[in-house]
Design a protein around this ligand. Structure first.
Ligand SMILES: Cc1cc2nc3c(=O)[nH]c(=O)nc-3n(C[C@H](O)[C@H](O)[C@H](O)COP(=O)(O)OP(=O)(O)OC[C@H]3O[C@@H](n4cnc5c(N)ncnc54)[C@H](O)[C@@H]3O)c2cc1C
Length: 388
């Protein structure tokens, strides 16, 4: 049955997330954006309300939200501010590899750590010379007895400066390209250094840092899954997290659409509100369609995961469409505001800057198209179970 009708519980969850975005995030979002400050107080409140670690199963202390419910929450928080929403959601990205392939011991210890008290974790895949093509990564993990020793630098790591532990991808076989990558849980200790906090165009409230591992020793059982299966774990992780990014993009687009709609009814030019001009109406109509289709594609990709089915192409459709749509909608919102849209006293220029990252992180829009082309030209059966 095709049905996106939300249950009463899901509606209440959406209302709770919206309320939080409206009361705790919106009023300060533009201030945090201007100053680029770390929204710790908001993150702590989100943790207390159970808006963080949403997908963590109840047995590890989390609320055990479905992927659809996670997407509903992400859209609302991002409607408030996608930079703050990214900081709230980053634990989900860091913990997803444990959900895909982590041992019971690792899940109990490290998922439990995040739900017992307010703590953060980060996902460390990208390196200065290995972004879209992670096979070129240089970070290594060398097995020494009952330990692995990790060396290397990861860049653009969300919440990296504040994380208590990291999910780290490293080469365990330097000659094997993407087949030589493994995935580890790495607790932060004094061999882990935070080298650089990025000064960003948008999402300025989120922390983005370079993290370096200097002879960092971890127990051998901190390997997630099997050695040299890290690439597959990363791809399966992104299948699970891209619906969340698509939901965030939908939240940005919706915010821009709402601001533009309201402004078009108030701003008078040529003796009538600009909403009376057909050119503006068509921009508003296109925005409405893009928000609507972004949400449908997002929910579709999330529901497949909830049904235990592989959603690779659907999550790329959703992420690609919603990210590009958010950029277009935010740009058009600036257009509706005219010159005022370009001025920082008005809300939409921030949304245009924030929207840009949606086309970049968790696989650029070009990489989504590569995935979609591959899945279209060499289709795999959708019924394939979503396990490693
Ligand atoms: C704010 C922010 C937060 C981030 N958070 C994290 C995080 O928490 N953890 C993490 O691991 N990473 C994170 N990233 C990294 C992000 O995922 C990468 O920036 C992204 O994957 C792109 O890699 P790159 O920047 O090296 O670009 P490149 O891979 O160098 O790409 C440059 C351009 O070339 C295009 N391109 C590359 N290859 C192809 C191809 N085969 N075909 C067509 N076009 C191609 C790209 O689409 C892009 O337009 C973050 C980045 C930012 C900016």
């Amino acid at each position: 049955m095709v049905d996106f009708t939300l249950t009463d519980e899901q509606k209440a969850l959406r209302e709770m997330a919206h309320d939080f975005a409206e009361k705790e995030i919106r009023p300060v979002a533009w201030e945090y954006d201007r100053d680029g400050t770390w929204p710790e107080e908001i993150l702590r409140k989100a943790w207390e309300l159970g808006l963080m670690n949403g997908h963590t199963p109840e047995e590890y202390g989390g609320p055990g939200l479905t992927y659809l419910e996670g997407a509903i929450v992400e859209e609302e928080l991002s409607w408030g501010c996608s930079g703050i929403a990214t900081s709230i959601g980053a634990n989900g990205l860091a913990t997803a590899p444990l959900g895909v392939a982590g041992s019971e011991e690792l899940k109990r210890k490290y998922l439990g750590m995040l739900t017992e008290e307010y703590k953060l974790a980060s996902f460390c895949l990208t390196e200065p010379d290995a972004g879209s093509d992670v096979s070129g990564m240089r970070t290594t993990a060398v097995r020494k007895g009952d330990k692995y020793v990790i060396n290397g630098s990861k860049c653009f790591i969300t919440n990296g400066g504040y994380a208590d532990w990291y999910t780290v991808y490293a080469k365990t076989d330097k000659e094997a390209g993407h087949r030589g990558i493994s995935c580890f849980v790495v607790p932060r200790d004094d061999t882990v250094t935070v080298d650089k906090k990025e000064d960003k165009m948008g999402q300025r409230a989120s922390n983005t840092a370079t993290i370096t591992f200097n002879e960092t020793e971890i127990p051998a059982d901190h390997l997630i899954g099997e050695e040299n299966k890290g690439f597959k774990i990363a791809m399966m992780t992104l299948d699970r997290t891209r619906p969340g990014v698509a939901a965030m993009a939908t939240g940005i687009a919706r915010a821009a659409f709402e601001f533009a709609t309201e402004y078009s009814k108030e701003r008078v030019q040529f003796g009538v509100p600009i909403a009376m001009h057909q050119a503006i109406q068509f921009m508003i109509a296109d925005m409405a369609t893009k928000v609507h289709i972004s949400r449908l594609a997002t929910w579709n990709s999330a529901v497949l995961l909830d049904q235990g089915r592989r959603n690779t192409i659907e999550s790329s459709h959703a992420k690609r469409f919603a990210a590009d749509a958010a950029m277009e909608v935010a740009t058009d919102a600036v257009q509706v505001y005219g010159g005022y849209g370009f001025i920082k006293d008005y809300p939409v220029e921030k949304l245009m800057r924030d929207a840009k990252i949606m086309q970049l992180y968790e696989g650029t829009s070009q990489i989504q198209r590569l995935v979609i082309a591959r899945e279209t030209l060499l289709p795999r059966r959708i019924e394939e179970p979503a396990t490693v």
